[in-house]
Design a protein around this ligand. Sequence first.
Ligand code: HEC
Ligand code: HEC
Length: 333
Amino acid sequence: MKPTFFIAILLLTLASCKREEDPVLSDRYELRVPPGFPNPNIPADNYISKSRIELGKKLFFDKRLSSDNTISCASCHFPQNAFSDVSPLSVGVQGRIGFRNAPPLFNLAWMPLLMKDGGVPTLELQVHAPISDIAEMDSDILQVIDEIKNDYNDLSLYAYKRPFDTYVLTRALATFQRTLISGESRYDSYIIHGGSLTASELRGKDLFFADSLHCADCHSGFNFTSFNFENNGLSLNHPDTGRARITLLPQDVGKFKVASLRNVEVTAPYMHDGSLGTLEDVIDHYASGGQPHANKSPLITGFSLSNQDKSDLIAFLKTLTDHRFLNNPSFRP
Ligand code: HEC
Ligand code: HEC
């Protein structure tokens, strides 16, 4: 997307911020914050309500958002894969291939910066990226509104008290995505309610949190990510410079947002370019110490694990799968 276009959209979006009246009682919706999570960030000018979620969900699965009506958000973000893509690089309209692996979508209400390079500050703004990107939906948002507004006007008037337009489309999609919350894995139940883990999973947990492996130094906190940008030594001269695309700083080359490890069992392939196919490949990568990139984190030092250790570590990672989230009917069309 052209920066001038992006700034124009940003100004339009900011210009329309103002405090809203509360929704009617029957439309109120209480976000369920899992135990151990901090309070989420909900913008003052886009409260969550049932009708807004419904509107956003319809849009998320609507292929008419793309120029040739073949691609919806869910064409790259599959619900059964925690809303991530199973292809290393996502395929958009006319078979065009993008340059990054589509990440899972959950706990986004807590994410300070979106995209693997942190280039987008809010979910409302993020919506413009896939719609206009030539390798994703390649659409003109105003034309999309024109094409679909008759189907959305009534719900829009109820949910946002205005006819369906760009303001409503971006806010409703952001709202639906804020309800994609995952915090009920077996590991959560072990921590919160004293649920049981197998001996192998417990050994894997100790490895994950061990000083020798450093996993939990970056994959830390309630969402198993520090939300920082780090170079984990994946490659030496990758054309995708990551965080440096936004900051233009040489010390940010090859740094990407630390991925959450929740639901990692179903989000393969892994890393920003989908270059690692399995969790075994990921552990072999970290064990090898990675490529000697100038910006590689000092925490990526390499280590050696027995086959038993490796399968224990993977068994632990799989305790982070939240089946209630993956099978939640409210997240399906
Ligand atoms: C053609 C595939 C494709 C389509 C269609 C698509 N996305 Fe994505 N999405 C991606 C990729 C690839 C990324 C990672 C982009 C990056 O990091 O630069 C991404 C990133 C995101 C993120 C940032 C998540 C994070 O962890 O930072 C959000 C939110 C998102 N998409 C929502 C949507 C919504 C909403 C739609 C529909 C309007 C949509 N996507 C359509 C491929 C797609
Ligand atoms: C220096 C910080 C750092 C350390 C230490 C670290 N990681 Fe990562 N990890 C990252 C970053 C950054 C990414 C995302 C890289 C990318 O997008 O290319 C990532 C991605 C991953 C992914 C892929 C997630 C996905 O959805 O693509 C897995 C799995 C993973 N790490 C597991 C581990 C394990 C297991 C350890 C310990 C052996 C570990 N990490 C140690 C920073 C780190």
